[in-house]
Design a protein around this ligand. Structure first.
Ligand SMILES: O=C(O)C[C@H](NC(=O)Cc1c[nH]c2ccccc12)C(=O)O
Length: 437
């Protein structure tokens, strides 16, 4: 046994308790009020310096913010569910971000670690074969579910905070732990970058668990992120009597339906993988009324920023065309965005070497070929790289009960201590890093 593994092992019950609590009180993007107060309280108790809310989130750079009424109602819901009143004012109005800093007082780099805290807009399965349901920690919030593992990420962030504080005499430089809201829909990271949270970071590491990587494998420099743009489209037509005067109507429902079918055909690009998804289509108000309103929630993705931009421009033409076909108005709102981004090789090499040396992983690889998801941590990586720092994105493989974004998603909790062990090792052994900066 070594001191690090002792510290991690001693925290196993705490890790499970945190994770299951966050899972039970799942909160969607910009609404992580309860989660954020608990994270703040734990980090404060550990002795970290905290920056909260507006200090770490630029109000105007937030994308895809729920409206004022929802923010208010969800804050009240969080307080009813035990959110800590002494912290809530910092997060009020959709500012659920936290940056915890540990200055060791010894010279060394600023090491940044980023985790995300939000759930997805999804109803969790209530079937008996779904472990969180069986064990009583399935989401109690309708339409909100941790179906991507961010409950695990938040827990890994807190576990890392706890272990590093316990071993602070062996650290040098500065540790900066970033707890981000609203990763789903790629809405939160840009606002934290705009607030300057990574401007002083020399070596940046973001993480994800699962994503199809097998248990026991760690990907040290994932680079398969799709650039993406998220948009809401509002069609406004004219209502009319569907039997008596249909010709006087302008049908927003048909425009939305036409646009949806055409959008799903827009995935051809010689530059590589491109995707379009219409995840929500809402239209109309009554059976015998020509629908005067419709809403689409759309995303485009591409293997490069260029491919995504091209598909996005094509999507705008399709939307305008569908509106013209039916004589309705259309308005597009940008709801989120992320870039494709590659990690810096010297930092990937260091992570790889440290993961190998730990001996707790069956397989350590640099990258995975498959393009799959998007990530707004890419904004943070890009900023750190721009300023000459190192950045990577590490994926910890683990067994999943069902795929990401599925109502039966669940992950094997044993991935959490392994992730904490590697991340803590990067901080503890940073002096062994031989690359630039
Ligand atoms: O675009 C988003 O809303 C972000 C969201 N992000 C993730 O799901 C995280 C993720 C990144 N890479 C992978 C690969 C597989 C599953 C999940 C991911 C996504 O891609 O839908």
């Amino acid at each position: 046994m070594n001191p690090l593994s002792d510290h991690v092992s001693a925290r196993l019950p705490q890790l499970q308790q945190w994770r299951r609590d966050f899972h039970h009180y799942a909160e969607s993007g910009w609404l992580e009020f309860r989660t954020a107060t608990f994270v703040a309280e734990e980090l404060h108790k550990l002795g970290y310096q905290l920056k909260l809310g507006r200090e770490v989130i630029d109000a105007d750079a937030r994308m895809g913010l729920p409206d004022e009424a929802v923010l208010k109602q969800q804050e009240a819901r969080a307080l009813q569910q035990g959110a800590l009143p002494q912290w809530i004012s910092h997060f009020s109005g959709g500012f659920c971000g936290i940056v915890a800093t540990l200055e060791t007082g010894r010279p060394g780099p600023v090491m940044g670690f980023r985790v995300d805290m939000d759930a997805l807009d999804l109803n969790e399965s209530q079937a008996d074969d779904h472990l969180p349901q069986r064990e009583g920690f399935a989401s109690c919030n309708a339409g909100m579910m941790h179906a991507c593992g961010h409950d695990g990420h938040t827990t890994i962030g807190l576990g890392l905070a706890s272990v590093l504080m316990a071993m602070k005499d062996q650290l040098s430089g500065t540790i900066k732990l970033i707890f981000q809201p609203a990763e789903e829909g790629v809405r939160g990271a840009k606002a934290m970058v705009a607030a300057g949270v990574v401007d002083d970071v020399d070596r940046f590491t973001a993480i994800h668990i699962g994503t199809g990587v097998p248990a026991g494998e760690v990907v040290c420099g994932s680079d398969s992120f799709l650039a993406t743009t998220k948009l809401d489209v509002h069609f406004t037509g004219i209502g009319a009597h569907a039997g008596g005067r249909p010709e006087e109507g302008r049908n927003a429902l048909l425009a939305a339906a036409q646009a949806t079918l055409a959008l799903h055909g827009l995935t051809q690009h010689s530059g590589g993988v491109a995707r379009v998804n219409v995840g929500v289509l809402q239209a109309g108000t009554g059976r015998n009324v020509v629908a005067d309103c419709a809403l689409l929630k759309v995303e485009t993705r591409g293997v490069t920023n260029q491919v995504n931009d091209d598909i996005y421009q094509q999507a705008l033409r399709v939307i305008a065309g569908a509106a013209a076909m039916y004589g309705v108005e259309q308005r597009v709102s940008l709801m989120g965005a992320a870039r494709s981004c590659t990690p810096t090789q010297p930092w990937v090499d260091f992570i790889h070497q440290q993961a190998d040396a730990l001996g707790i992983f069956d397989s350590v690889v640099d990258r995975k070929a498959q393009a799959a998801g998007s990530e707004d941590a890419t904004y943070m990586m890009e900023r750190v790289k721009q300023r000459g720092g190192q950045a990577s994105y590490v994926i910890f493989g683990c067994e999943l009960a069902a795929g990401h974004h599925n109502a039966k998603f669940d992950f094997d909790e044993r991935v959490m201590p392994d992730a904490i062990t590697l991340l803590a090792t990067l901080a503890l052994n940073q002096a062994q890093y031989g690359g630039s900066r």
